[in-house]
Structures are given as C-alpha cells and as structure tokens.
Design a protein around this ligand. Structure first.
Ligand SMILES: N[C@@H](CCC[C@H](N)C(=O)O)C(=O)O
Length: 306
C-alpha cells in the first residue's frame, strides 16, 4: 500500500489515496502506522476518498485508532495531496468531512501547493453537558443545558447578540477549578486560559481533561495564553493522540474562545509549538477561516503482512 507522510506545523499524518488503495481496518492501520518506534510515526491516519457531495472526502483517525469528525491541519494536507498528485487541477476545492463540507483555497508555488486557506464554517458553542453562562453588555443571560446540546441556534444567537463573554461552568481537574470555554469546530474542544502554558504539566493535565466525566466522548483541550489582542499562544492535548505540535481545529476554537471572551480581535495569530496559524472569525458570515502551510515529508510503501 502506497502512503505519503505529510505535516502541517508538525502535526503529522500518514495519508492514503483510497481512490486507488484499500484499507481494510482503518482504526487498526491508524494505530500501526502512528507508532513512532514500530511504525511510520505519526499523529494518526488520513484516508482520501471520492465523495458524492464534494470534490473529495477526508476520513480521519487519531493515533489510538479513534475516528474524529474534523482535522484542520490534515485537511490542508489533503488539499496539497490532491493537487500535487494531479487528482485535481482546481485551486478551490471542497472536502467532505464528518464535520460538514469544507471549502479550501490553495496557494500554488512552482507547481506545488504551499499554503491553504480553509473555510472552517461556523463554530458551535457546545460542549457536551456544560451549561454556558453568557454575559453581554450590561445584561446577563444563562443558556440552559438542554437548549445547548448540539444546537447551532445557540451559537448563532451568541454571534447575533454580539455576546461578550462566554465562560462555561468551571470544572474540577486534579483538585483545581478551571474555567473552560467549550467550542465545537465539528469536533469538540475545551479552551482553558492560563498565565503560563510553557511551564504547565500537559502530560499530567491533558489526559485528565480528555477523560473527564463531563466529556463522555472525550475532548481536545487547548491551553491558551493571550499575548495581545492579535496574538495568542497555545499548547494542545489532542483526544486520541496526546500532545501534538499543532491542532488546526484547536487553534480555531482557541481564537473563537478568545474573541468571545473579549480578549482578542477577530483576526488572531495562534502561536503553536510547530509554528503559527492565522485564524479569522469573519463578522459578516460568522465563518472561521484558517490559513497555514502544508508540507510533504516522504512517500513510501507498506509491504503486505509487514
Ligand atoms: N490535529 C487535528 C485534530 C485531530 C482530531 C482530534 N484529535 C479529535 O479527536 O477531534 C487538527 O489539526 O484539527
């Protein structure tokens, strides 16, 4: 089976062209290829498939074999893959994901894709079973849990009313109380604002958030420090993969949370361990745009039975 290893800001995945190849058991394959000692080494596996509703479909698996709805760094690499390997000659493409169809604009340099801008759609202020307290202007309102679960209307409401502050009920992790902002970018994120993200013990805290009883489907957690109104610093503990050098959906969630909490402007540079992502939450459409690089690392073949 042919594969290509690609990375977006060091968030690396093994990509397989399923227009040509067949993967019998994707969760098992994801665990196998992701192993950094006995496998290829990656944060997971991404399968590129044909789609009835978009130009291509992205099917994404974490390193532990669990499937996710969306992957921001991965979808930029999918765009590079399909263009660089000649599966399309379009520089604007659509990609179906479990988190909806995403629209991508490709920057081509010397015949290869270097940067990709992704329309990530509208964020949803939903974080399973967490009541959100919304404070806007002088008024204060509480959106109750039932109206919140999976309900796009709530996020539209928040955006329309120019909600200034969205802080979920605190959760207790390791005996400490944390305020989180829950944002779905198709996949679930808990954003936590901290004074120091460099020195924090993410190996200890990350799994405690990921597997906290509040999140029955587990969660991606972004630890964020606001540098100024246009710049935030972030480390991420990803559901199913642990700490990664970058997370595209996480960067979008962190930017949205910073904006909603009145800490940042609508255009934010997110500084990750693997580099910078530009995130813009457009006021007119309510859509989030993410721009960043996509890089091919190497190609290879997995021998049958290997
Ligand atoms: N690294 C990704 C997100 C991958 C999926 C995530 N771990 C989940 O389970 O939702 C990104 O760049 O968005």
């Amino acid at each position: 089976m042919k594969f290509t290893k690609m990375q977006g800001l060091g968030n690396d995945y093994v990509y397989v062209n399923c227009l040509k190849e067949q993967v019998e058991n994707p969760p098992e394959m994801a665990r196998r290829v992701s192993d950094r000692h006995f496998g290829i080494g990656s944060d997971g596996l991404i399968l590129i498939r044909p789609s009835d509703s978009a130009d291509f479909e992205m099917e994404m698996y974490n390193a532990d074999g669990s499937r996710s709805e969306m992957c921001g760094n991965g979808i930029r690499c999918v765009a590079k893959y399909v263009y660089d390997y000649g599966l399309t000659d379009k520089t604007s493409i659509s990609v179906e994901t479990l988190g909806g169809i995403k629209y991508l604009d490709l920057t081509v340099e010397d015949g290869k894709v270097s940067m990709v801008k992704v329309d990530m759609g509208k964020p949803e202020l939903r974080a399973e079973a967490i009541p959100i307290v919304c404070e806007r202007g002088t008024e204060e309102c509480v959106v109750d849990e039932d109206s919140l679960l999976g309900d796009e209307a709530v996020s539209e409401y928040m955006v329309e009313t120019n909600c200034k502050k969205v802080i979920d009920e605190p959760i207790v992790v390791d005996g400490m109380e944390y305020q989180i902002t829950g944002v779905s970018m198709g996949n679930p994120h808990a954003v936590v604002f901290l004074e120091d993200v460099k020195g924090m013990d993410i190996e200890k805290l990350g799994p405690r958030f990921e597997n906290h009883e509040r999140f029955p489907k587990r969660i991606n957690t972004e630890f964020v420090r606001v540098i100024d109104r246009e710049t935030i610093e972030m480390r991420v503990w990803e559901r199913g993969s642990g700490e990664t050098l970058a997370c595209g959906t996480g960067a979008c969630a962190a930017a949205v949370a910073s904006i909603l909490n009145g800490l940042a402007e609508r255009k934010v540079t997110v500084k990750l361990l693997g580099g910078d992502l530009l995130v813009e939450w457009e006021e007119e459409t309510g859509n989030v745009y993410m721009t960043g690089p996509a890089v091919t690392v190497f190609e290879g073949v997995i021998e049958e039975g290997a």
